[in-house]
Each structure stands twice: as structure tokens, then as C-alpha cells.
Design a protein around this ligand. Sequence first.
Ligand SMILES: [Zn+2]
Length: 74
Amino acid sequence: MSEEYASDHEHEVSAEYLYPADADVLDIYERDGTLYVDVATVCPECSDTLALSASVESVRGVDVDLPLDDDYYD
Ligand SMILES: [Zn+2]
């Protein structure tokens, strides 16, 4: 296992095969003073649904309206 994150899934996930349009936010929460985001996405190899947990490192304003429409991903 060479990946830098902890995983209990048999396949390594790479950004090369992950697409925002296939992902959705599961949860946003705070733990020990750190903000976390859980994102559900699909494993490119076996199509199982995976939850990716990420700690928030920055917050900035962005010029988009929510919910994102399909044009955003083009
Ligand atoms: Zn998999």
C-alpha cells in the first residue's frame, strides 16, 4: 500500500479517474477544531460507492451558483 491516505477499499483511487459530476457531498462536519468534508463517489475499477473524507485547508469565495448545473463541468 503506497497511497498517502487510509483506505479499507481494495482499489486505489486516482484523481485521473474521478469526476466531480459523479460525486456528491455526504457530510460537512467539525472534529477537533478541523472542518471535514465527506464526498461520495464511484470506484473507477469496481463501481462500488466510496466515501472520501477530506480536511478543509482553505476557504475562498467563488463565482458560481448552487446547485451547480451541468454546464459547470463542461
Ligand atoms: Zn473498487
